[in-house]
Structure formats: C-alpha cells, structure tokens
Ligand binder design. Structure first.
Ligand SMILES: *Cc1c(COP(=O)(O)O)cnc(C)c1O
Length: 395
C-alpha cells in the first residue's frame, strides 16, 4: 500500500528503507520482495538484511556518517560499498578500512520544521564541503554523490525544496573537486499525511535544479512513511484508579455535565513509555487511545457515556504517562483493552524491559479483512495471561 503510493508519487526515486525505524523481520522480508533497498546504520542492521539471503549488498547504503572503524571494515567484508560521511576523520577511517568504498557526502539542511532534528548531530555545512572533497581526493577515495535528511517527521515541504537547492550546490562543488557525482540521496522525513504534497514539492525541486539528470541515480531513505500505519497496539487495562461512586456523583453535580476538563479516572495499561510508547519521549509523538474491547465485546456502542481519563504505563515511574487527558467509556474496567493506531514507526524497536516488563508481542495478520478475527482470538488468548499484543495489518 505505502510502496504503491511511493511508486506512484516518486517513480524515479528508489526507496532504501531505513531499517532503524522498524527492523521487524516480516517488514524487511516484504520490502526485500518488493525490491526496495535498505538504509542501515550499524553492522547489526546490515547483518539482519543480508541474513535474509535475498538482498545483494549493493542494495544497502550504510547511511551513518559516524561509524566505528570495525563497522567500516565489516561493511567492506560484506560487500557493502555505499556509505555516507560528513567529516574528515571519517575519511581517514574509510581510507584505511574500506578504500574502495563509494562515498556519499551528507550535507546539512534546514531541519527546523521537523519533529526530530537530525542536523544537531549530522551533516556537513555547505561551506565545509569543498575542503572535505579535496581531502577525499587526496586520500584517493571515490565520492559518488550527495545525501541529506530534512529531519524525521518533516512538516514543511519547503525543507525538501531548500535541501535540493543545497544538494545542487554540493554537486557543483563535486565537479570543482574533480568528481562526477552520479547519486542523489534525498533521505527520509516523509510522513503519511503529507506524503503526496511533500513529494510533489520535492520532485518539482529536482526538476528545477537537476533538469539534466540522465546519469544521476536518485534514491531516498524513507522509514516512518513505510511502517507507521502498518502496526496497531492493543494494551490491556491492568489497573484503574477511579473516584468512589459517591465522589463521582458529587463531581457530576459540581460540573453540571460530563464535560470535565481534568481526568477523573486513571487507567494503567501493560505497555508504557519504557516500552512501545518510548515514541512519546524520543519521537515526540502524541497518542490517542480508543476502547477496543469492553466487557468482552468488541462492539462499543456509540451511546456509551464518556469520562475524562488519563492513561499510564505499568512501571513505577511517574514519567510513564501515555496520555494525560482523553475521553474513554466510563464503564471501561480492568481486563478491557485499549488500542492505538499508527504504532509502527520508532516504537517496539526501541522498547526496554525496565522494571521487568516484557516488550509487547507482535501478532501478524493477513490484512485482508480477516485480520480482525485473528487479532480477537489472539487477544482472548493473551488476556488470560494479561500480556499485551500488537496487531499488524498489511503494509
Ligand atoms: C532515521 C533516518 C532515516 C529515516 O527517517 P524517517 O523520518 O523515518 O523517514 C533515513 N535516513 C537516515 C540517515 C536516518 O538517520
């Protein structure tokens, strides 16, 4: 589904899926069979992709500009030649550990309109690029092109256009340094909701700044766009803190309605910010739960009265808050299930087992409408052990 959208909007840009976003084996296998490339940041990720046996190392870009020397050496051994750099030290390292590498200079772009600003850590400012390239020449390294990342969760299409303009300048600097660049890597940052709009702006910029691009291969490193919608999370309510029945009456009497603005009920679920919801802390996400299963039924009547509620993770840390204020059915009780949409990107892959809570299980469904029954069956089974589960739909 997302791949079809990609091919329609950006048919001339080859996606190299950013493995860090969700290295689930089924995700990787599906994308491998669809023919995408892979953006890996470590030996572990490279091994994971190559272990599938169906991906040639030429379909991998080692897109981490600051790599351990041993990782560079291992990439050389594995036949992974394409890799990024943004500093001189990296060039010395690569000259020693993988002199035949095909290098891509990662330039700094404006990431101020994105959720996760990557420019704080990576990217060579354009003014430093000529010196970097002449150092690469001196070390007899092969630089084949330019990459950038506008920042993860980019909400301003102008950032893509601006980045392409800078990439054009870097291409020209390449020419001055004696290189003929053949690769343009437009990075990641694509979002589900704004994908078509941002792609159109990106492509227009490429048309403008690279009108003659017959000899240039264009690739991208989408992560979030491919997987965010592919996973949902179901979490079990393991505890609840609610006012006594009498208090609740008083509260209603005081407010005169159920339009409370501060949560009166606290729900505790079996996944939290130390688990799949680490995306709240690290990825600046806001999640909204809905009642998935109430008193054993997956049919939640629209007439169910709602209560202002907060939702908390299972650990003993008070930072472990999933949702500070939301409206949930007032009859929701311990044993019921909450669900969260769009939980595929930067979630379970960065989950910890802090406080002894296990990382949520993944249940794979066929995504053809039969999936719902599979998930219900699995949840019923899990409910017995009060474990949590994530259901997945087709990409
Ligand atoms: C994280 C990352 C990506 C993926 O970014 P998304 O915003 O998920 O598309 C791509 N390239 C590099 C180098 C990254 O670090």
């Amino acid at each position: 589904m997302q791949h079809a959208r990609w091919m329609k909007a950006l048919p001339e840009i080859e996606p190299f899926y950013a493995v860090k976003c969700n290295p689930d084996p089924y995700v990787l296998r599906l994308l491998a069979s669809l023919g995408t490339g892979f953006d890996c940041a470590s030996n572990g990720e490279i091994n994971r992709v190559l272990e599938m046996g169906s991906v040639d190392p030429s379909r991998i870009i080692f897109a981490n500009p600051c790599k351990a020397t041993s990782f560079v050496r291992n990439a050389a051994k594995a036949g992974v030649d394409m890799m990024t750099f943004d500093n001189t030290d990296e060039l010395y390292k690569i000259a020693r550990a993988h002199p035949r590498a095909k290098l891509v200079v990662r330039i700094l772009t404006d990431d101020s309109k994105s959720l996760c600003r990557l420019g704080l850590k990576f990217g060579a400012p354009l003014v430093t690029v000529p010196a970097l390239l002449s150092k690469a020449r001196e070390l007899q390294l092969d630089v084949i092109g330019v990459s950038f990342h506008v920042g993860s969760g980019c909400y301003d299409s102008g950032a893509f256009a601006d980045a392409i303009q800078r990439a054009r300048m870097a291409f020209d600097m390449g020419k001055d340094a004696g290189y003929t660049f053949s690769l343009l890597d437009v990075g990641g940052g694509f979002e589900d909701a704004t994908f078509e709009a941002n792609s159109a702006v990106l492509w227009q910029a490429i048309e403008n700044y690279f009108p003659e691009r017959g000899s240039i291969r264009i690739i991208a490193e989408p992560g979030r766009f491919y997987v965010s919608k592919a996973f949902r999370l179901a979490a079990n309510i393991i505890a609840r803190r609610a006012p006594q029945a009498d208090d609740a009456c008083d509260l209603d009497a005081l407010t005169g309605s159920d339009e409370q603005s501060s949560p009166s009920v606290m729900y505790y679920i079996n996944d939290g910010v130390y688990g799949s919801f680490n995306c709240i802390l690290f990825d600046h996400q806001v999640v909204t739960p809905y009642a998935l299963c109430l008193n054993g039924s997956f049919h939640i009547p629209a007439s169910e009265p709602l209560n202002a509620s907060s939702v908390w993770g299972p650990t003993c840390d008070s930072i472990d808050c999933v949702c500070t204020l939301t409206r949930l059915p007032s009859s929701l009780a311990v044993g019921d299930w909450l669900a969260f949409e769009n939980m595929g990107a930067y979630t379970i892959c960065a989950a910890s087992q802090f406080n002894g809570f296990e990382v949520s299980n993944v249940i794979y469904t066929s995504g053809d409408g039969l999936g719902a029954a599979e998930v219900r069956r699995a949840l019923a089974t899990y409910a017995k052990g009060l474990e949590s589960a994530a259901g997945r739909e087709a990409l």
